[in-house]
Write a protein that binds this ligand. Structure first.
Ligand SMILES: [Cu+2]
Length: 122
């Protein structure tokens, strides 16, 4: 009887470990590195589809004007400093599935010129 109880516990422990390992896949999360290129006046994010999870975004200013990059919701956001042409900064963000995020350049006028978009994390 005691031996049987250990057997059941071992199976349960294995199942818990397996579920924990698969959880990120089940919830559609992944950890990836993205490149955000700022030009005058738009952002290009590669790979194209931002995924849920803890993501690393390297923002590079390839324009001739200064730019920054801010992404978030009304509740939580992340932002680079103002980047001069040629400068870059890496930020780590936590994106949640099913949430729509706004990303923009906060330099006055730039959002209106095209540096503001939203993305729904699927
Ligand atoms: Cu800008």
């Amino acid at each position: 009887m005691v031996r049987r109880r250990w057997y059941v516990l071992a199976i349960l422990a294995t199942a818990v470990i397996a579920i924990a390992a698969l959880a990120p896949v089940a919830f559609g999360t992944s950890n990836a590195k993205y490149t955000v290129t700022a030009t005058d006046f738009k952002f290009t994010i590669l790979p194209l589809q931002l995924k849920a999870g803890i993501q690393t975004l390297t923002v590079i200013n390839r324009g001739e004007a200064t730019h920054d990059f801010k992404i978030g919701t009304k509740v939580k956001s992340w932002k680079t400093r103002i980047l001069n042409p040629g400068q870059r900064q890496t930020i780590t963000v936590t994106l949640r599935k099913g949430v729509r995020y706004t990303y923009l350049c906060t330099v006055p006028g730039h959002a209106l010129l095209g540096m503001k978009k939203t993305v729904l994390i699927r």
